[in-house]
Write a protein that binds this ligand. Structure first.
Ligand code: HEC
Length: 141
């Protein structure tokens, strides 16, 4: 129960953060297309419950897979396929997923949404953990 309450708070916190960022980003007329795609991707990421199972820089579900360094570890095509059909992708890439079965629900995103989330995920490049690090943020595959 506590966990459910915590999740609801988390989702609310994420959404208000998204709203603030969206508002803050609007007046920046000269911002590059790429930067605004990354911001859009982040908003879609936050709005689609990704943080219910994942963490980024210590925020979100730290028991789940951290995406903090996913931009260093995976290329755009890998990220795209995981979002389009996690079942098929995990089955096809057993080694990358340590032969674990797929636990990720299909987020049912449009191709445009997938592409924007991939733009955002590619900016997540926190250095990989030192061996033996106990930080939950480094709970990578
Ligand atoms: C129900 C929990 C759950 C949700 C919700 C979820 N994921 Fe996942 N995700 C997982 C799990 C578990 C894995 C590990 C591989 C697998 O089981 O598919 C994973 C793997 C990934 C990977 C590959 C990570 C790596 O290191 O290779 C990416 C990228 C990813 N998820 C992105 C997302 C995005 C973006 C969203 C939101 C649209 C999302 N996930 C929503 C559970 C979830």
């Amino acid at each position: 129960m506590k966990r459910i309450i915590a999740l609801v708070f988390l989702v609310l916190a994420c959404q208000s953060l998204t709203a603030q960022e969206t508002m803050a980003s609007k007046p920046k007329a000269g911002a590059s297309k790429t930067l605004s795609n990354v911001q859009k991707g982040k908003s879609i990421f936050l709005a689609n419950g990704c943080m219910d199972c994942h963490s980024v820089n210590g925020q979100g579900c730290t028991e789940g897979v951290s995406l903090s360094s996913v931009g260093l570890r995976r290329d755009a095509e890998f990220l795209k396929q995981q979002l389009v059909d996690p079942d098929k992708h995990v089955e096809k890439n057993k080694k990358a997923f340590n032969s674990e079965p797929n636990l990720m629900t299909n987020p049912n995103l449009s191709p445009g949404e997938v592409s924007l989330i991939v733009d955002y995920l590619q900016t997540l490049k926190k250095p990989l953990p030192k061996k033996g690090s106990k930080s939950k943020d480094y709970n990578t595959l």
